[in-house]
Design a protein around this ligand. Structure first.
Ligand code: NAD
Length: 498
């Protein structure tokens, strides 16, 4: 059986732990590969490789680092089809969606190609008599990224491309559920001219994560995953003196006003709620309709749209979405559907128990739709992360907007309307980090920045864009003068500029 190994110092590495995890094909429910699970020793080896590679990589000029990024981008593009198939076979998302996952990662590599400009410092001439002040952004050293299963290409690129372009070296700990594509990305980085040890991959579970969080040579950690673990990573990493950003779970709302273009809203929301089987942190699992007429029309049309969806094998080009990632996750989703029923929401469409002919053991689940979901329900308060749309009814925009604003998560939110003033006010007031106006999944482009609020993110610096460069560098400010002639007397007063 195929064994997926660590990638340390430019080479496949079997590790020492003797521990392995199963990598499933969610289409069939069968184990398709074994992944080596590392711990303290493997993390120590990867950190040592990254530490060794750091001085010369950090000292290389930014244009040289950009050239490696350009070549990495070219190689990812050249291998996108092969990687998309591999990604689909481990994650279960359809191949076209896997291409999108890789493409969004590629766009961050493209952003990182601009590092000579992005990392430039600032300069003030004549801040005082004969005094100039300049600041520079220097890399931190060995950095680490810990990533979730649901975007095994995009999220590793969010972190590693920007960190490495800034002159850091990197240890990536991808999800053990779909670990192959992150290794492919590291192999391609090496092929692109990235020196050995600059990008390393260590597979593993909590043991590897804890080893990263406590290793004294790891200077910064970026995490994306569920909120309880994000909070744990944030507090443990910070307690060990590291810079940490930790993105967590989500429950994104789409507010539909009576003047919305209903055709468009239904088309947008059916894709955002059920695409990738709802396993996206920017999925749209809650629709809040304003007014009875809007609500009735939305539910009726969404029912038709959801019933028309084709759930299929991840290689089926006609399928709208594939299986979820694991049997345990499917069970969890089905338990939440039962919870919604028990809490009194109206289950209008029940996706449980779906069996695909010929793939009876695959982790498939059909689309589900609830109407009349209430804010007090636990099935609403928690993230389900599956193909389940919950419709809530509001009488006014204020009542509707209060729902995402008061929710524990604050990743994304969308409003559907033709009223510019209402949309503008909503975007300004809502207590959520990323907002879409007639855009159902407002994932910002790579040169802006990605991050939610409340329990969707711990730490205060976002992913990629200028915020990414800020996270992966430390600023140093130099105040200089070159006095000539008579020496000044000592001064015991704090220097001021008059
Ligand atoms: P997860 O939290 O289970 O795993 C994330 C990472 O943490 C993995 O690398 C995993 O190996 C590691 N991990 C798991 N258990 C751990 C433990 N007890 N201690 C330390 N590390 C541990 O998340 P997942 O199921 O892989 O991904 C889905 C979650 O990620 C969802 O909640 C989703 O909303 C969230 N997510 C958030 C964003 C965002 O940007 N906010 C993006 C994508 C996914």
């Amino acid at each position: 059986m195929r064994e997926i190994q660590h990638f340390i110092s430019g080479k496949a590495n079997a590790g020492h732990s003797g521990r392995h995890g199963d990598v499933y094909d969610p289409n069939t429910g069968k184990v398709q590969a074994k992944v080596t699970l590392g711990g303290e020793k493997e993390v120590a080896d990867a950190v040592a490789a990254a530490k060794k590679a750091f001085p010369s990589w950090a000292a290389s000029n930014p244009q040289r680092r950009a050239r490696v990024m350009f070549e990495w981008k070219r190689l990812i593009e050249a291998n996108i089809d092969e990687m998309a198939k591999l990604l689909s076979s481990e994650h279960g998302k359809v191949v076209a969606d896997s291409r999108g996952d890789i493409q969004r990662g590629l766009e961050v590599v493209e952003f990182a190609c601009g590092i000579p400009h992005l990392q430039k410092g600032e300069y003030t001439e004549g801040a005082g008599p004969g005094i100039d002040v300049y600041s520079m952004r220097q890399p931190l050293g060995v950095c680490a990224g810990i990533t979730p299963f649901n975007f095994p290409a995009m999220i590793p690129c969010w972190m590693s491309a920007v960190a490495i372009a800034c002159g850091n070296t990197f240890v990536l700990k991808p999800s053990e559920k779909d670990p192959s594509v992150p290794v492919r990305l590291a192999e391609l980085f090496l092929e692109a001219g990235g020196p050995e040890g600059v990008l390393n991959v260590v597979h593993g579970d909590k043991q590897a994560v804890d080893a990263i969080l406590t290793h004294p040579d790891v200077k910064a950690v970026s995490f994306v995953g569920s909120s309880d673990i994000a909070q744990y990573v944030y507090s443990t990493g910070a307690a060990h003196g590291k810079r940490v950003q930790a993105m967590g779970g989500a429950k994104n709302h789409g507010v539909i006003l009576p003047d919305a273009d209903m055709d468009q809203a239904v088309k947008d929301i059916v894709g955002a709620a059920y695409g990738s089987a709802g396993e996206r942190c920017m999925a749209l699992p809650v629709a809040v309709t304003v007014g009875k007429k809007t609500g009735d029309e939305f539910v009726e049309r969404m029912m038709d749209a959801a019933k028309a969806l084709k759930v299929g094998h991840s290689t089926d080009a006609d399928a709208h979405y594939g299986p979820v990632v694991s049997a345990a996750h499917r069970q969890r989703i089905e338990d939440y559907i039962q919870m919604g029923v028990d809490e009194g929401a109206d289950l209008k469409l029940d996706g449980r128990g779906l069996k695909l002919q010929g793939s009876e053991d695959g982790y498939f689940i059909g689309p589900s739709l609830f109407d009349n979901v209430k804010a007090g329900m636990k099935s609403y308060q928690d993230e389900i992360f599956g193909p389940v749309l919950q419709v809530m009814r509001a009488e006014t925009l204020e009542e509707a907007a209060a729902l995402p604003s008061n929710h524990q998560y604050g990743n994304g939110v969308a409003i559907f309307t033709q009223n510019g003033r209402a949309a503008r006010e909503f975007a300004q007031q809502v207590n959520v980090g990323m907002v879409g106006v007639n855009v159902p999944i407002p994932v910002p482009v790579s040169y802006h920045t990605f991050g939610g609020w409340k329990r969707s993110a711990f730490g205060d610096t976002n992913q990629h864009g200028p915020e990414g460069v800020k996270f992966w560098t430390k600023i140093k400010t130099v105040t200089q003068r070159w006095p000539e002639g008579e020496q000044e007397d000592s001064s015991f007063i704090i220097p001021t500029m008059r």
